[in-house]
Design a protein around this ligand. Structure first.
Ligand SMILES: *[C@@H]1O[C@H](CO)[C@@H](O)[C@H](O)[C@H]1NC(C)=O
Length: 293
């Protein structure tokens, strides 16, 4: 009855039991939750059939994308779609997921990849083939790809499958220095700790925050604003002489005007017409009119 306690939460302790009882190690193909009594390889299949711990789904001990379904005491070997791995959080659910939040370190084997255009496997997130395309990646579903571009200034992070700061992604050739044509000016340590900001020399709307004074992260001001390198903050373009014309051709003066002076809701707006749209959230702390949901 050892295996009964293998379900769910106690899986780990069970694995330990199994590991100690499974010496010498047999070749693959054993459900993690397999009962402790050992089975000769030759009669493996027949034996496993009768050794289903209980109905449900059980991870393979060595291969992360392989699992077993037990039904009426019968065991059926199954494989997740290529690129996905078996999520064993509950043996009552048959669930394959992308590997990012699942730990496959104890059962690292995987099926042979089935690649297709831009897809290393049929499913998953994959870096762009060109290592210089730091912010581009492919999202593959059933072997069909979609190219996705990270928000400006971010780098696709292989390990997590999400877009992060270049200095966090730690991707070869995609460090902050490679991604940005910007070097943080040398500063003393004290000043560095303030994470100083600098205007993006190429684009008035953007600026760099130098984390600890030495690692640039690109950040932007909202539409209509530019980075004021004197005040070190975002300001309406027309108030910053070097960048006063930055939005010419993109926004008319009237549009800039509207952005600068958003229609303030009359105190206690009663109707919920479109004019209630507020580009800025009411700041917390101050007394504001009750927010309607
Ligand atoms: C560090 O640099 C800042 C800005 O350049 C300066 O104001 C400050 O005096 C310096 N502090 C030290 C300890 O050198």
């Amino acid at each position: 009855m050892a295996f009964r306690s293998c379900a769910g939460v106690i899986l780990l302790s069970c694995l330990v039991v199994l590991a100690s009882s499974a010496v010498p190690k047999q070749k693959g193909r054993k459900p993690v939750n397999q009962p402790a009594r050992s089975i000769a390889d030759s009669e493996r299949d027949a034996e496993i059939t009768s050794d289903c711990p209980e109905d449900g789904f059980f991870a393979d001990a060595e291969q992360c994308d392989k699992y077993y379904q037990c039904r009426n005491g019968e065991i059926i070997e199954k494989l997740c779609p290529d690129g996905m791995v078996f999520n064993d959080y509950s043996n009552q659910e048959e669930k394959c997921d992308l590997p990012f939040n699942l730990d496959c370190s104890q059962r690292p084997k995987l099926q042979t990849p089935i690649p297709s255009l831009h897809c290393v496997r049929q499913n998953g997130y994959f870096s762009h083939e060109d290592p210089k395309e730091c912010g581009k990646f492919y999202y593959c579903v059933d072997g069909k790809f979609n190219m996705i571009t990270c928000p400006d200034g971010l780098v696709y992070n292989d390990k997590t499958g999400i877009c992060t700061w270049a200095d966090e992604a730690k991707k070869k050739g995609c460090g902050a220095a490679d991604v940005f044509a910007f070097d943080c000016p040398p500063v003393n340590e004290t000043f560095g700790l303030t994470h100083p900001r600098y205007a993006d020399p190429e684009d008035c709307q953007f600026f760099y925050v130098c984390i600890n004074g030495n690692t640039p992260r690109r950040s932007g001001c909202k539409l209509g604003q530019v980075f004021d390198d004197v005040q070190k903050r975002c300001e309406w373009a027309r108030k910053v002489p070097e960048c006063a014309d930055w939005y010419k051709g993109q926004l008319t003066d009237a549009e800039l005007e509207a952005l600068e002076n958003p229609p303030t809701p009359k105190h206690k707006p009663s109707g919920s017409g479109p004019s209630r749209r507020k580009p800025q959230r009411p700041s917390k702390g101050k007394s504001v009119e009750p927010v309607e949901e």
